[in-house]
Ligand binder design. Structure first.
Ligand code: ATP
Ligand code: MG
Length: 392
């Protein structure tokens, strides 16, 4: 008996997008993600991608685990291959679903007949196969509304498939179908979640992080690199840019009024992120800001930050509560890393009384008391790049 993986991407996701490009990118992402597990043949038909392992020792379970994090997949399942012949469908179902059905008390059969030339219609397949399973497994009764096991028979072009469990996929759009953006990634809880959310919408993510040694430690940087690693199963490869920010922060401290430290720092972060984005052909910035969370995230402060932005800034968490953000951080397994207690450059030289409602004119005047252009240039030039890629 041969086992394969069926991947469903659902027509809804295709609306307004070029279907062919969407599929090509999804197949490419799937291939990269499971390449290291061994040879497979990948075919596609009727909004389903079929992954057939080349040998029977293939680790299907691990492949499914990996594919659960690939965006653009609505659902997936492991399935057994049958000939397009009802006798074979019966034989394979009894063998393949034995474990699942002998432990369950209720089930139902559904059938999908993509090949309309198959002699039995769907209701007939359900009825007949249901009868066979009932007479073999005396523990079972039929429940069409809330069955413990749903046995699905799919009659397709050349083969039929039987499966017993539908696994929910990560949803969203395949990474790479929605352009390229730069995530401002701190070591906190929020920004990794923001990156995950845009990757889910098909955006290819690069990340930028600002460090201020010796005020911030090497371990703080390693923590952010670990966050990149945790994001790669969802995002694919991530180009990680690490910007030396110490001199800029010292210049702010020595030259600007204390109440504007944070807001000026954030404007300079945006400036540097845009310079590197231009070079990397990123079309937008992403941050983990949420309205009102801290002084630099009031509407006034955000307006002052946005005033230096030439490209769109995506803030997917803007209307979320911390508890909702934490829930996602736990789900994507970044939370435990994010709460490790290492300092971020944002916490260096934090003003005692930050301006909660800064006015743009005041911020600009405060920032103009020093010419940061040379330091910005230097920081961009000294930025280090590291590539994170699970699939190499
Ligand atoms: P987070 O949990 O993402 O750190 P936060 O609630 O701590 O967010 P801030 O520290 O004010 O909020 O940062 C707001 C946003 O600015 C972050 O979500 C992130 O996008 C960006 N940011 C902050 N510090 C850094 C940094 N050192 N490097 C890169 N981006 C940063
Ligand atoms: Mg932070």
């Amino acid at each position: 008996m041969q086992e394969i993986i069926l991947v469903k991407y659902g027509e809804m996701a295709l609306k307004g997008l070029n279907k062919r490009t969407f599929e090509d990118i999804l197949v490419k992402n799937i291939k990269r993600r499971i390449k290291s597990l061994g040879k497979t043949e990948i075919t596609r038909a009727q909004s389903t991608i079929c992954i057939t392992p080349a040998d029977k020792f293939y680790d299907t379970e691990e492949a499914v685990d990996r594919l659960k994090k690939v965006f653009g997949i609505a659902a997936l399942c492991r399935a057994a291959v049958c000939e397009k012949d009802f006798e074979d469908i019966k034989r394979v179902s009894l063998e393949y679903l034995e474990d699942a059905l002998s432990c369950a008390s209720t089930f139902k059969v559904t059938a999908k007949r993509a090949d309309k030339s198959f002699p039995m219609k769907s209701p007939e397949i359900c009825r007949e196969l249901g009868g066979v399973l009932l007479s073999r497994f005396h523990n079972l009764s039929v429940d069409v509304n809330n069955p413990e096991v749903t046995v699905t028979v799919e009659i397709r072009d050349t083969k039929a498939y039987v499966h017993g469990e539908n696994i929910k996929g990560a949803g969203g759009l395949p990474v790479g179908t929605s352009g390229h953006a730069m995530l401002l990634l701190s070591g906190g809880i929020d920004s990794p979640v923001a990156g995950y959310m845009l990757a889910k919408r098909g955006v290819h993510i690069s990340a930028i992080h600002y460090v201020s040694p010796p005020y911030t430690s090497e371990r703080a940087r390693l923590k952010v690199e670990q966050l990149c690693e945790k994001l790669t199963p969802y995002c694919g490869s991530i180009a990680f840019f690490c910007v030396p920010f110490t001199e800029i922060q010292e210049a702010i401290k020595n030259n600007c009024p204390e109440e504007f430290f944070t807001i000026i720092m954030r404007r300079l972060m945006m400036e540097i992120a845009q310079r590197i984005s231009d070079r990397e052909k990123c079309m937008a910035l992403i941050t983990g800001e949420s309205v009102g969370q801290v002084a630099s995230q009031t509407m006034n402060a955000i307006a002052c930050t946005d005033a230096v932005c030439r490209m769109p800034v995506f803030r997917p968490l803007i209307g979320m509560d911390k508890t909702e953000i934490v829930e996602i951080a736990r789900k994507i397994d970044t939370f435990d890393t994010s709460v490790l207690p290492y300092e971020d450059c944002c916490t260096v030289f934090t003003p005692r009384h930050p301006k909660v409602r800064p006015l743009l004119a005041d911020v600009e005047a405060a920032q103009n008391s020093f010419d940061f252009s040379e330091l910005v240039e230097k920081a961009v030039n000294e930025t280090e790049l590291k590539i994170f890629n699970l699939d190499l």
